[in-house]
Design a protein around this ligand. Sequence first.
Ligand SMILES: [Zn+2]
Length: 137
Amino acid sequence: MRVGDEIERGDGATGRVERFYTDNLGRPIAVVHWPDGSHTDHPFAGDGGWPCNDCGAETTPCDADGEPIEGQWEKYYVRPEVWEEAGLQSPLGGYLCIGCLEGRLGRKLAKGDFDPDHPDNEPCSLYSARLNERLEA
Ligand SMILES: [Zn+2]
């Protein structure tokens, strides 16, 4: 990800990366400007990475050739109230692996926690076993 790149958030709005800074834990953060005039800060791992805010695990890992690694992705959109219950700014505010999101919530996720209309919430071979299980639970 670079300055000027576009990223999409849960509601389909497209934002543009304005700049990067380093937070107090030394993590690179991308500042994204949205069409409605708001800004959000996104943790940024490097080449297109999206690390979990809490454990730092890459949520969309790719191999050395840049190909997505099957069975390891945890890309999903929970309902805004679930994300806010976990203490994160909606719609994004960062990224969490399934284990860390469940840790923050103090419970296991179920199908009803996910946005039923978002295309990323379809179980697939790219996703981890635990994410597929929650999407179908
Ligand atoms: Zn995590």
